[in-house]
Design a protein around this ligand. Structure first.
Ligand SMILES: Nc1nc2c(ncn2[C@@H]2O[C@H](COP(=O)(O)OP(=O)(O)OP(=O)(O)O)[C@@H](O)[C@H]2O)c(=O)[nH]1
Ligand SMILES: [Mg+2]
Length: 416
């Protein structure tokens, strides 16, 4: 381990040395420590003027661990940045990052960072936005109420459709604040009454996709504001649950088109609604047909995020979930007592359907996957993948338009 100590007077020469020396063939951790003289401590507001008197100590710890990492990760970039620095001497220092695996010699305490993040996350809570898509009466409201164990959506099956409903898909958004063991969840459910209810459902997916994209646009607008708030309220759709009618041969053309379009912009998970109406054989056959149609129509279904890095355990969870898709679900909010145990289910003339029982349906696997293990991932994939892709597409479209306009303008100015 090498160690060097620099006063402020030494700092410029150190920087030159730092810039000139090639990265060593080892992984290095450089740690800069600014130590404040005791007489300045009470008056840190005057930090700027005090920096002259502040001693700067640079510790460099070196261990024989292979490979130096350049900040760009691209070997050509090092040469490019060196050339750029030579072209404009004195304007910008070349920065070389070195990463080192270093053994601690004593207690520091930064492992408590996890506790700090945890405490802050609990304090701020989480925002989760889930959209349900499927025709009227398929069980959307019941399922959401079952999933979150509370009355979040009223059943609307009995309502009389209005004139507007006749033509359009309506988007209804309702937010609930839920608290579980101190963790706050601001849950927004986006209902889509009218989807697939009309004689011509060809474009029924459009208002849904438009809504999803509009949330990205709204977020982008706020993000680009110079006075943007510290916390941007997130209305982006983190999950779309698509309800498939049981008893069909596979995906109907409307389902295939809607799922294709939704899957391009958001995390999509299809479920077989009211799967208690299918025998086990019918369920298996329907699942297989839907899986084949998903593949044939190139529908992107969550989890499919090859962009993000998953560890072994997360990959295993995702692989198991992907196998199950579409989840065969049953919704039930009634509490029943079975073998002196309280559960939720549906009492039928043929017996009790216990939704928590994995032999009866895949509700508990769905809940485990969506809420217990992947809720944060759904939020992250939305913001790091879907939103970023949408943003990038928008920017490049804007650039193309600008280039086209400039070309048209220059053509107009050129005398023929
Ligand atoms: N057999 C069975 N019935 C269900 C299931 N889920 C819901 N239902 C029943 O289906 C009816 C409609 O359920 P809702 O949850 O209101 O359906 P929805 O899709 O929200 O309907 P809209 O709000 O009108 O779009 C209710 O009578 C429910 O009790 C299920 O898994 N199996
Ligand atoms: Mg409903």
């Amino acid at each position: 381990m090498s160690y060097s100590h620099h006063t402020p007077r030494d700092l410029p020469s150190f920087q030159r040395h730092h810039r000139a020396s090639p990265p060593p063939p080892s992984l290095t951790l450089s740690l800069s420590v600014m130590s404040v003289p005791a007489h300045l401590e009470p008056d840190l507001q005057t930090f700027d003027s005090a920096t002259e008197s502040i001693a700067s100590s640079t510790f460099e710890m070196t261990e024989n661990v292979p490979v130096a990492v350049h900040s760009s990760g691209d070997p050509n970039a090092a040469a490019e940045s060196a050339a750029a620095a030579a072209a404009a001497p004195g304007t910008e220092a070349e920065v070389t990052d070195r990463v080192h695996m270093t053994q601690l010699n004593g207690f520091v305490g930064f492992h408590k960072l996890c506790d700090q993040v945890h405490r802050r996350a609990i304090k701020h809570g989480f925002e989760f936005n889930v959209m349900v898509v499927g025709p009227s009466g398929i069980g959307k409201s019941t399922f959401i109420n079952t999933l979150f164990s509370s009355l979040l959506l009223q059943s609307k099956s009995d309502r009389i459709p209005s004139a507007a409903d006749e033509k359009t898909v309506v988007i209804e958004r309702i937010t609930h604040q839920l608290v579980e063991q101190g963790t706050r969840l601001l849950l927004t459910v986006i209902d889509t009454p009218g989807f697939g209810d009309h004689i011509n459902n060809q474009d029924a997916w459009e208002p849904i996709v438009t809504y999803i994209k509009k949330q990205y646009d709204d977020y982008r607008t706020i993000e680009a504001r110079p006075d943007r708030p510290r916390h941007i309220s997130d209305t982006r759709v983190h999950l779309v649950i698509y309800f498939l009618q049981p008893g069909t041969a596979g995906l109907r053309p409307l389902d295939a088109k809607a799922m294709y379009e939704i899957g391009r912009v958001a995390n999509l998970i299809p479920v077989i609604a009211k799967s208690d109406s299918l025998t086990m054989n019918e369920r298996a056959a329907f699942k297989a047909a839907v899986k084949a149609d998903i593949q044939a129509n190139k529908i992107a279904v969550y989890p499919n995020s090859s962009d993000l890095q998953y560890d072994e355990e997360e990959t295993q969870v995702n692989v198991e979930a992907a196998e199950m898709i579409p989840f065969a679900i049953i919704g039930a909010t009634d509490t029943i007592v079975k073998d002196s145990e309280v559960t939720r289910g549906r009492i039928t003339p043929f017996g009790i359907i216990d939704i928590e029982n994995e032999e009866h349906c895949e509700f508990s696997q769905f809940r485990r996957f969506i809420i217990h293990s992947n809720m944060k991932d759904l939020i992250d994939v939305t913001s790091q993948m879907h939103y970023e892709h949408y943003r990038a597409r928008k920017i490049s479209k804007k650039k193309r338009n600008r280039a086209r306009e400039a070309a048209a303008a220059s053509n107009a100015m050129t005398p023929s």
